[in-house]
Design a protein around this ligand. Structure first.
Ligand code: PCA
Length: 319
């Protein structure tokens, strides 16, 4: 009897000693499909590791501001985190190629671009002690305004919400006035008049209730940007093999599930914008031609000044 109790006690102790509670920050809110997807990822990891790795997702930038999440994982303040991949464009333009206008505008091309980016980005992140686990696309990006936009000229002077350096450049080249605003702060930025237009997905249009402050949406589908989930290399290395395998399997499943959710959202969330009273109109040829010209200008710039890593991705993508 005594022996049994002791053994059970030891087993309980060893389970506790092994169990790890991980905090996982993301900039995006609870209703966003990316957040729903990483919560399912957390559930799958918990289940597959028998509770040894217990991930808690902290949404809407509640644990760290967006701009600090990558470094928080790097320094080990948190073992794992999610952020907008092209936010790292200032470190290396290779991270930002999914936000290069009109480079990859369909899910098929976005998948090819990710396949070209992944090995290069894996190398870049390894230099910082980080491992990319999975990446999921947002639906193609469209234009939210308070009037119909017939050509690039109509964007002149508009206070325009941006979410990274590439979009800032794009908006500026279109003659608009870009201002950086986090996704979670969009309603507030419109309400205070800081911005009056934006380029984002139908998903973010819905999660930020765009119908409260814009009236028109046009799916210009200019690019298909992605979120990235990274894990700290030393935390990962310290896990037992079964836990490592469980995390990698859950990551692969999350990537697949996330892309399917994204594709599905493109239609459902655009319908929701319309259901809430927004005017959805197809982009005019003139608008698309004008936006494409801006994209070409940015690409020429990228090819002339991009890092070796950027050029490698571009070359692989063009094959
Ligand atoms: N939503 C995020 C990133 C891209 C998107 O569709 C945002 O607007 O910040």
């Amino acid at each position: 009897m005594m022996k049994f109790v002791l053994a059970a006690g030891l087993a309980a102790l060893s389970t506790t000693a092994w169990a790890q509670s991980w905090d996982m920050p993301t900039p995006y809110g609870d209703t966003v499909f990316h957040t729903i997807n990483i919560r399912t990822f957390a559930d799958e990891v918990r289940e597959a590791t028998g509770g040894k790795v217990d991930i808690t997702v902290h949404s809407a930038g509640s644990l760290f501001p967006h701009g600090e999440i990558k470094n928080a994982v790097r320094s080990g303040q948190v073992p794992i985190g999610e952020f907008f991949m092209s936010q790292l464009v200032n470190e290396d333009a290779a991270y930002g190629l999914d936000s290069q206008p009109f480079l990859a505008t369909s899910y098929q091309d976005a998948t090819r671009l990710w396949n070209a980016q992944k090995p290069v980005i894996t190398e870049l992140l390894a230099e910082q002690g980080l491992i990319p686990l999975f990446s999921v696309a947002w639906p193609p990006q469209g234009l939210y305004t308070n009037k119909e936009i017939a050509s690039v000229d109509d964007l002149k002077g508009l206070r325009f919400r941006a979410y990274n350096a590439a979009l800032e450049e794009f908006a500026a080249l279109a003659g608009a006035a870009p201002i950086q605003v986090e996704a979670a702060d969009i309603p507030q930025a419109f309400a205070t008049g800081q911005v009056e237009s934006m380029m984002t997905s139908p998903s973010t249009g819905v999660s930020s209730t765009a119908w409260d402050f814009t009236s028109h949406y046009t799916p210009v589908n200019a690019w298909v940007p992605k979120n990235l989930v990274v894990i700290n290399q030393s935390v990962f290395d310290a896990l037992d093999q079964d836990s490592k395998d469980a995390i990698m399997a859950a990551a692969a499943a999350a990537e697949q599930r996330g892309w399917a959710m994204s594709e599905e959202e493109t239609g459902t969330q655009t319908s929701l914008l319309a259901d809430n009273g927004m005017t959805i109109y197809p982009p005019s040829d003139e608008l698309i031609t004008g936006l494409r010209l801006i994209g070409e200008e940015m690409l020429v710039n990228l090819q002339a000044n991009g890092s070796e890593a950027t050029l490698r991705v571009l070359e692989e993508f063009k094959k």
